[in-house]
Design a protein around this ligand. Structure first.
Ligand code: ZN
Length: 262
């Protein structure tokens, strides 16, 4: 841990976006480094003052992530290096990487047509790509249960955070696409990213804001899994309670399905 690394994450500590483990690691640096300790105190003071004096207005998720994205691409380091550190020991902490959201990504990389844009398979593939690119920060990195309850508070469908063997933590992000609330969960396992897009199944079946091709809907209505392999990526769609889940990964379909159903 050096001062630069600490300072890049200082805001995240104040905003409580990091896992306990990562927070402790950073605070240990602040304990021995007066300069960084001062910086952290200053940030905390600013946050408190803003909180007291300014009436906070929430901005649309799209806007927030557009800003985050720009800041990140200007700084040249990917957010996961900043948030998780680069000296990860994959054997001990299979830490998680990213999570992402459709809205912001679509703003930055406009897609061809509305139909393509609202197709959940396309959205999931784009988001997966954005996860790999490291363009968006997770809102919470923690264990399965905490990520689930964090996401669950904000959405009207059952959030599914599968417990995967050898994976202690994952990342969660919430977003809104054309007024539809979405939840995203991301895992990192042995260098592979597994991204899961989640939405209310009724919104998906209605199909006016987000939707799926007819053949996929038919498969889901029969309570079946829908699996598609495209460009070295596997897309798996399934129904979990009243939730549509769409997972994307480079893992082969058997491996991916096994992890999702473990
Ligand atoms: Zn320092």
């Amino acid at each position: 841990m050096n001062c630069k690394e600490f300072q890049e994450c200082a805001c995240e500590i104040v905003d409580k976006r990091l896992s306990d483990e990562r927070t402790q690691e950073l605070l240990r640096h602040a304990n021995v480094c007066p300069h960084c300790r001062y910086e952290l105190q200053a940030l905390q003071t600013v946050k408190t003052v803003l909180h007291e004096k300014v009436h906070r207005k929430s901005v649309p998720a799209e806007l927030y992530y557009t800003i985050v994205n720009r800041a990140m691409s200007e700084s040249g380091t990917s957010w996961f290096q900043k948030l998780f550190g680069i000296k990860l020991n994959p054997a001990i902490a299979v830490v998680v990487l990213a999570a992402v959201l459709v809205g912001a990504y679509s703003l930055l990389f406009p897609v061809a047509s509305i139909a393509d844009e609202s197709n959940i398979i396309n959205q999931s593939l784009e988001n997966y790509q954005a996860v790999i690119g490291g363009s968006i920060k997770p809102q919470l990195v923690s264990n399965h249960d905490e990520v689930r309850s964090f996401l669950q508070k904000e959405v009207n469908f059952s959030v599914n955070v599968p417990k995967m063997k050898n994976c202690k933590s994952c990342a969660g992000v919430l977003s809104i696409f054309k007024g539809v609330k979405l939840a995203h969960v991301v895992y990192e396992m042995e260098g592979n990213i597994i991204y899961i897009y989640q939405a209310n199944l009724d919104d998906v079946m209605k199909g006016d804001k987000i939707g799926l091709p007819e053949n996929v809907k038919v498969a889901l209505e029969d309570n079946k899994w829908y699996i598609e392999e495209t460009n070295n990526k596997t897309v798996v769609l399934w129904q979990y309670k009243n939730t549509l889940c769409a997972a994307v990964s480079k893992l082969k379909k058997d491996h991916l399905v096994a992890l999702l159903t473990e």
